[in-house]
Design a protein around this ligand. Structure first.
Ligand code: 3UK
Length: 542
């Protein structure tokens, strides 16, 4: 399966910029459902199941003010594909930068790019011109499809030659405006035959949300898109046609792309795509759309828990938390508020989606779970040797998807002996459950003790005054590092040295006293990425 098949592309940029094969992780296709044919375009494949089962008239996507059936979504995708390969003049293998919030048109654009044999480069709505320019340059994009409302930063970004002329805008208030995608679509046929791509033709270049450093582009094949749909959602989530998916992660983040678009389509379910959700409006939307499956980050669940009682959430069956470690305190408050056992799952842009998780009776509180069927995981020590239960080490994973950076030296750091090293410090128990401890780089070493920041955070989160917190190691002459807590208080509490002392005492009562935060700082908000990740380096650099 590792040997490339004949590409459908005439523009060979992607294959030419894959890392050399010997630097790839080992790819494993250990389940019957992972045996894909050598030629595969993921878009018709995604729709196949739904349409064969007569789902054409079922609702595929709902936005704030539109709803499309499967047939209507397909027609949009096909018209956009014609625009790309017709009037825009793109060739197979070209890269298309996509920029939009979570809404039905953004979804249709992404799928159209893949169906047309081009490569999608989705970007997050909050990115600025400089960041967009860096991504556009690195992926050498040939064209742009951008939401009209996000025009400003896009127009200010540097683009490779030719891409500016091949830019179309969607969602313009005046549908006949110059450069309107919808206007171009109207003049195109409603049926498009998918380009017959190789299963291992690159279809997606996803840039890591990265909490530090220059963004890395991860390259994924048509086959990989199918593989993520056939792993986690099948075995752990057990999604079905009657499901209504909702949540917050951007479609430009693979957590959102899978959870809010690919997974629902694969089973003929409904995807609800909404922009600018807050904990309160997400709860409202769950009630309104009778959502059954929710995807969001731990902090969202933590903020939704105290509000949940105000809404009718009876439709909700499964809630998935990913992107960051799920504190046990958050798992518990969510359970108390809703009766639901949270599905925690660790995923990574490099592996496209979730690879360790557990649901229902399989959940072991405090653990992320076990490898999702199709994936294997183990813990490696400093020298790359596997360690047994009870020892903290480096998480190593392999399965049908894996890391292939676009022209990036850091490929050497992510792959070791065929394993993907995610950069997380984990520990396994005797039953094969995996426990997150911290990011490898974030382990705090204080006076010779190893302290995992998230454990201290979990303790602090149990105090009634604490809304959110981030714990880091602060350089200290005597101890090397000391534990420092950055705390956001709930609205009714005021920062004071007394409260700081109370929090310190509180932590000492919850976990081994040497782990308590010797320094406590109060902040109005924590620095986070658009994907909901705490930016610890910003706390460290303050
Ligand atoms: C951290 C977690 C503990 C972990 C992602 C689901 O987050 C995603 O991708 P990114 O590339 O970040 C990967 C890193 O995030 N992480 C994610 N989930 C968990 N840590 N518990 C978790 N449940 O450090 C990992 O290495 O932004 C998540 C699906 C797709 C994704 N891309």
């Amino acid at each position: 399966m590792n040997r490339p098949t004949a590409s459908a592309y005439t523009d060979h940029f992607a294959r030419e910029h894959l890392p050399p094969q010997e630097l790839w992780p080992e790819l494993r296709f250990d389940l019957p459902e992972l045996q894909y044919p050598p030629r595969l375009n993921c878009v018709p494949q995604l729709f196949d199941g739904a349409l064969a089962a007569g789902a054409g008239e079922r609702i595929a996507i709902r936005g704030a003010d539109v709803e499309w059936t499967y047939t209507e979504l397909l027609e949009r995708i096909d018209r956009i594909a014609h625009v790309l390969r017709g009037p825009m003049g793109l060739e197979a293998g070209n890269r298309v930068l996509l920029r939009g919030a979570n809404n039905p048109m953004m979804a249709a654009c992404i799928l159209a790019v893949l169906k047309a044999g081009c490569i999608a480069v989705p970007t997050m709505p909050l990115l600025r011109a400089r960041e967009l320019g860096a991504i556009a340059g690195k992926a050498a994009v040939n064209a742009v499809l951008c939401a009209d409302g996000l025009r400003g930063e896009m127009e200010a970004a540097d683009l490779p030659p030719g891409a500016r002329e091949k830019t179309l805008w969607f969602g313009c208030t005046d549908a006949d405006a110059a450069g309107s995608l919808e206007a171009s679509m109207a003049a195109q046929p409603s049926r498009y035959e998918a380009v017959d791509t190789a299963a291992d033709d690159v279809c997606l270049i996803s840039f890591t949300s990265g909490t530090t450093g220059v963004p890395k582009g991860t390259m994924h094949f048509h086959r990989d898109v199918m593989a993520i749909c056939d792993c986690f959602p099948r075995s752990v989530l057990a999604s079905q046609r009657s499901d209504v998916f909702i949540g917050t992660p951007p479609l430009a983040f693979t957590f959102g792309l899978g959870g809010l678009l690919l997974f629902p389509l694969r089973v003929g379910a409904t995807a609800v795509l909404l922009e600018k959700l807050t904990p309160e409006t997400l709860l409202q939307a769950i009630e309104k759309h009778r959502a059954t499956v929710c995807f969001t980050a731990p902090t969202f669940y933590r903020q939704m828990a105290p509000l949940a009682g105000k809404y009718d959430l009876a439709s909700l069956r499964k809630t998935v938390s990913a992107g960051e470690a799920l504190p046990l305190a958050t798992r518990e408050s969510w359970r108390q508020a809703t009766g639901l056992v949270m599905i925690d799952g660790i995923g990574a842009t490099e592996l496209l989606h979730i690879f360790i998780s557990a649901a229902g009776e399989q959940v072991r509180p405090g653990a992320t779970g076990k490898p999702v069927p199709g994936y294997q995981a183990c813990i490696l020590d400093h020298d790359g040797r596997p360690v047994g239960p009870g020892v903290i080490g480096r998480l190593a994973v392999k399965g049908p998807t894996g890391c292939r950076y676009l022209a990036d030296e850091r490929q050497n750091d992510y792959v070791l002996d065929g394993w993907n090293l995610t950069g997380d410090a984990y520990e396994m128990d005797a039953d094969g459950y995996f426990y997150y401890r911290s990011r490898t780089d974030d382990m705090i070493i204080s006076a010779g003790y190893n302290i995992a920041g998230p454990e201290v955070e979990d303790a602090l989160l149990r105090h009634p005054a604490v809304a959110e917190c981030g714990v880091i190691g602060k350089p200290d002459e005597e101890r090397g590092q000391i534990v420092e807590a950055h705390v956001v208080l709930k609205p009714d509490y005021a920062a004071s040295p007394e409260l700081a002392a109370q929090l310190q005492e509180f932590v000492k009562g919850q976990i081994a006293p040497y782990k308590y935060p010797r320094s406590v700082r109060f902040l109005a908000a924590l620095p986070r990425t658009e994907t909901g990740k705490l930016q610890r380096f910003k706390l460290r650099n303050e």
